[in-house]
Design a protein around this ligand. Sequence first.
Ligand code: AMP
Ligand code: MG
Length: 355
Amino acid sequence: MIFKETKIFKISDSFPTKEDIEKLKEAADIIKAGGTVCFPTETVYGLGANALDAEAVKEIFVAKGRPQDNPLIIHLDEIENAEKYCLYKENPYINKLIKFFPGPLTAILKKRDVVPCIVTANLDSVGVRIPENPIAHEFLRLCGVPVAAPSANISGKPSPTCADHVIEDLFGKVDAIIYAGNCDVGLESTIVSLVKDPPILLRPGGITYEMLCDALCEVAVSDAVLSEMKPDDKASAPGMKYKHYAPKTPVFLVMGNDKKVIDFLKDKQTGESCAILAFTEDLKYLESKNVFDIGSKSNPDENAKRIFAHLRATDSICGLLNVYVHISDDKSGLRLAVFNRLLKASAYHIITLED
Ligand code: AMP
Ligand code: MG
């Protein structure tokens, strides 16, 4: 692959200053000219290109090493602009979800011909998202075109929740990176398909299953959320069959009553070279070496914000045999999304400690 000169546009903490807007204009010009730009959103950082330019979109797949049958989501500044790219107004469900836009929700809708097949992996539907992050919003407004964007990481690795993760994976492979703060949610958007009856949750995220049920009355849950898809499965959530979010070291999820889990983790710490992602409540029982605090067991927002950064951080520890993650058996609210990402990061390896 050709090494690209990657421009870094550092956005100030007091966004939006005049300089910030100038930088976003320059970044938007790169998109309009067919280039690739990484940008912050409230979920994770995205790697964007003009969704209407098939050649530009191809560069996303190349930079990430992403399989071409894994469709991309298009990002818009306003939901009112969606009608140009998909059958938005005639969808029977979308009105009930309007309150979640802008926000961490992707709606799958019937696509219009103007969206190239490469974006949707030849599907006749397209994922549409309106980010809430003010930098993303202004950037998309200045682009004036829909921006196709998956997460700004090498395919298979944990998603980027800060600009340094993006630099680590994509410097030299993209035309620009908008360098700003950490992502608020820390997990990718919720994806709900509105071309099915009833609508189906394809990926849990910041807009929870319970919130969707409240708005839509009935929501099905894709098998891909909690179970393993085989490479030849015809997935209702294409892309979910691929390896995801995984650090270099094998990951095991550990669940059971807290005392049992802590005893198990202490035992592992004395017996082997391992890293542990633990709840804040566990820390006082463990040796501190290679232990990462994922936040309180009672605070899934905090867990969501931290898991990708911690999984990624284990890659820089030499000689690790395994990574263990203490997980909760509660899957309500945002915990379902945390569990889903950890499940995939661990390739479905769960150790359940019986009472
Ligand atoms: P990423 O951009 O890496 O967050 O992944 C986007 C995911 O959205 C894909 O892996 C698909 O699972 C899902 N997706 C995108 N577009 C569609 C679509 N038209 N139909 C169903 N799922 C989609
Ligand atoms: Mg991704």
